[in-house]
Write a protein that binds this ligand. Structure first.
Ligand SMILES: [Zn+2]
Length: 420
């Protein structure tokens, strides 16, 4: 279905004004969250407004009674590794982090399209599916140098009017296991191109007990964060005490460095293993240290217990993780689909369950990465998308086409196609 949009013939002047008039875009006849009577959403200077300012040039976009939903946040994605838009890549069986990492290098060497172009293609696609912001984790390792950092920075620049992109430089190959990675991570942190510095399994994969050299990984990561005033986002796949001990360590380091609210742990597969009092105590510890968590809802036993965590005051975001990369042929950078998968893996049943899954992809992610929430209310960012449908829970289940995507008040995708 095509949405009417032709500002060249629909521009009108509300009334004459002496100064340069602002431009208001009125998205007519939309239903916020699929509830209540249709309304008009008015976007002025990138945010939603109560009404059209006097003297503004008005552009009108017909919503046709569609549901308006807040733009989504992909709190954890790896655009540097993707083969999205490339010829089909055949993967071999792999087990364990070291084999996956080797597979990353093989796929990287196989790629014929520059990293910046691949990342741009994937992220433009994400925009067309309603994503307003991403936190992009990119590999920093001797095998690639800083190619992923500079490539993502280039893609971010090309997408600057359509998508907020945060770049996390992280040592996928370890810093102790991969000689030279620590220096590259330091170079990335000092480059001015990254928004956060990351780590990876500081005990299990890159711990002082494994074959490696140099200071403990978390010593290096937190030192860089403090030196450059950067947030931290650490991948933590390890389970049991091997995951919980670094998690407690990260909490202690976060408080000691005064980094509360600026540290995230991704995946945290050791957390879903807990229940009862043990889960409550850990959630209290994380909330007290201001540590957020991200999940990609990979399975029923690995998805974070996000409701209990949110209730305890822990910020939780949702992400895509790898998209058609060496680790997996799956993934699509569609955060509405990811909210659907979150509902599937958590056995969502009620309308409230489904709405909470959506909210994690919208508000949860925004809070996690420090963006103002897009609430569709006046004063909030004019970041939203329109879909045909009945109500929000039905949309989470049925995944309708994203007919129109708006970022900063401007149309950035229409009928599933990125328009910039
Ligand atoms: Zn990841």
């Amino acid at each position: 279905m095509t949405v009417e949009y032709d500002p060249s013939v629909r521009q009108t002047r509300a009334q004459e004004a002496p100064m340069t008039p602002s431009t208001a875009t009125v998205y007519r006849d939309v239903r916020p969250f699929g509830a209540g009577a249709p309304v008009d959403l008015v976007a002025v200077d990138g945010v939603l407004a109560e009404r059209v300012p006097d003297g503004a040039v008005v552009e009108t976009v017909e919503g046709g009674g569609r549901i308006a939903l807040p733009g989504l946040v992909d709190a954890h994605i790896h655009p540097d590794k993707t083969a999205w838009g490339q010829p089909w890549y055949t993967r071999r069986p792999a087990a364990g982090l070291a084999e996956y990492v080797r597979g990353d290098v093989e796929l990287h060497d196989w790629q014929r399209t520059p990293l910046a172009d691949r990342a741009y293609g994937l992220l433009a696609h994400a925009v067309s599916r309603g994503t307003r912001a991403v936190r992009a984790h990119v590999d920093v390792a001797p095998a690639y140098g800083l190619e992923a950092v500079t490539g993502l920075a280039e893609a971010r620049e090309r997408l600057r009017s359509a998508l907020d992109v945060q770049i996390v430089a992280f040592p996928q190959h370890g810093v102790r296991r991969a000689p030279g990675a620590g220096a590259l991570l330091a170079e990335a942190a000092a480059s001015g191109l990254v928004d956060a510095v990351g780590g990876l399994d500081p005990d299990g994969f890159d711990g002082v007990g494994v074959d490696g050299e140099g200071p403990a990984q978390l010593d290096q990561v937190f030192a860089l964060a403090e030196r450059h005033g950067l947030p931290v986002d650490v991948h933590l796949h390890d389970r049991g005490e091997r995951g919980l001990a670094p998690l407690r360590d990260i909490a202690a380091r976060t408080k000691a460095a005064g980094l509360q609210g600026r540290v995230v742990v991704s995946h945290a597969f050791c957390v879903p293993e807990l229940s009862g009092r043990a889960l409550e105590e850990l959630a209290e510890l994380l909330a007290g240290a201001g540590i957020g968590l991200t999940t990609v809802a990979p399975s029923a036993h690995q998805v974070l217990p996000f409701r209990q965590l949110l209730a305890a005051g822990v910020r939780v975001g949702l992400g895509s993780d790898g998209v058609r990369d060496s680790w997996s042929p799956f993934g699509n950078a569609d955060m509405l689909h990811r909210a659907h998968l979150l509902g599937w893996t958590t056995d969502a049943r009620t309308d409230r369950d489904l709405a909470e899954c959506f909210d994690l992809a919208a508000t949860g992610g925004a809070e996690l990465i420090g963006l103002p929430a897009a609430t569709l209310a006046p004063g909030s960012p004019a970041d939203f998308f329109l879909v045909a449908g009945e109500c929000l829970p039905q949309v989470v289940v049925d995944l309708p086409a994203r007919d129109l995507v708006v970022k900063g008040g401007q149309v950035v995708a229409r009928d599933g196609k990125f328009t910039g």
